[in-house]
Structure formats: C-alpha cells, structure tokens
Design a protein around this ligand. Structure first.
Ligand SMILES: [Zn+2]
Length: 207
C-alpha cells in the first residue's frame, strides 16, 4: 500500500492522506481538508482510482475540500454516525468561525468495528475504531495487515487532540487513546491530522 501525505492549508495546515493499493491503483482519500484542485491533480497524475473519501471527524479543518472532490470524482464520503451533528452544524464543525461556513449533507455513516475498503467484498481495507474524546465522532481507520492507522486528531506525535471544542471530553479522549489506540501492536504507524507520523510503541512512553 502507498501512503501519500499531502499537507493542505486553509487557516490551519492539515495532513490529507491518500491510501492506495499500488497494484490496482484503487484506494481512499482521508481528510481532504482543503486545496481540492491540488488533491485532484495528484489523483490525475498518478492515475489513481479513489473509491471513497473517509473522514476521521467532522472539524472544518478536515472537511473543506470534501464536497468539491466528492462531486468531481462522484464518490461518497464517510464519517462516524455521530458525525452527522458536526457536518450539519457550523457551530460544531467550527467553520462558523470562518467566512465560509460548511454544511455537508450527503455523508454515509460508519459504526465502530465496521470495515471500509475498496474491494467490493470488503476483504481488504480499513477497520473503523471509534475513539471519541477530541470530538464525539472521532474514529481511527486501522489496517491490521499493514500495521497502519490513520488517527485524525485523537493522538499526535508526542501530543494529543484538544478537548475544549463542542463535544470534546478529556477523560473520554484518554480512555480512547489508552484502550483503543495504544492497545494496537507496537509497530503500528500512526498517521495524524497535524503531526509527523509516530508509532504505538513510541507513544506508549507518553501515557
Ligand atoms: Zn479536530
């Protein structure tokens, strides 16, 4: 699998991730936060077939390019079921603080433990691990076979997500990190929304 990190900016810089099977060119785009044209150009240049947009949570700095990319590629975007409240509310997704409030109404919803993949039989792909705390809709997308997890803003290299926004809960976040993230194998690489990659083994030293 190919992991391509693309830092994109709109007020904040966020890591968007392409996760693509090098053989078939099929894959997913995680957190297209901004710069839709830039992300679309990367897809065209690589001749990738992006099948789905996956969101780690519904904050404005992770969802800014979703609508344009979904419309252009004609693909669906997915978020945890609790993301409905965030995508429908500029107050919850924090885009109300910007001149351009964001409302996304066509998401498909995911539940804890579900598999999201790019093969029709869902035999390969990413497992949804529900990790509330930074927000009520935060999830980790975990590929057990390749020891990779996309963790959004739940945990960063040497840090963790903020909990002072609507729906944030510090105790819940610590529980999610300790019981859902740091229980993955030590060699699991964690790709976050706003830091360099880290690993479960390294982050165990911080909690
Ligand atoms: Zn966030």
């Amino acid at each position: 699998m190919i992991v391509q990190t693309v830092p994109v900016s709109h007020y904040l810089t966020t890591n968007a991730y392409f996760y693509v099977d090098e053989k078939s060119g099929k894959g997913v785009l995680i957190d297209p936060a901004a710069e839709a044209e830039h992300l679309l150009q990367i897809i065209r240049e690589n001749n990738w077939k992006i099948e789905k947009i996956l969101l780690t949570h519904g904050h404005f700095d992770h969802i800014g390019a979703v609508q344009q990319i979904a419309d252009t590629l004609r693909v669906s975007y997915f978020i945890h079921i609790k993301g409905k409240q965030y995508l429908s509310s500029p107050q919850f997704n924090l885009s109300g603080m910007t001149p351009k409030p964001i409302i996304l109404e066509q998401a498909q919803y995911l539940e804890d433990g579900e598999m999201v993949g790019w093969n029709d039989d869902k035999s390969a792909g990413l497992r949804v691990i529900y990790t509330p705390g930074h927000t009520q809709d935060s999830v980790v997308y975990y590929d057990k076979d390749n020891n990779i997890a996309f963790v959004g803003d739940t945990i960063f290299k040497d840090s963790y997500g903020a909990t002072h926004f609507p729906g944030g809960d510090f105790v819940q976040l610590m529980n999610s990190i300790k019981n859902k993230v740091l229980t993955l194998p030590d060699n699991t690489v964690l790709y976050s929304g706003h830091s360099e990659p880290t690993t479960v083994g390294l982050e165990k030293n911080n909690f």
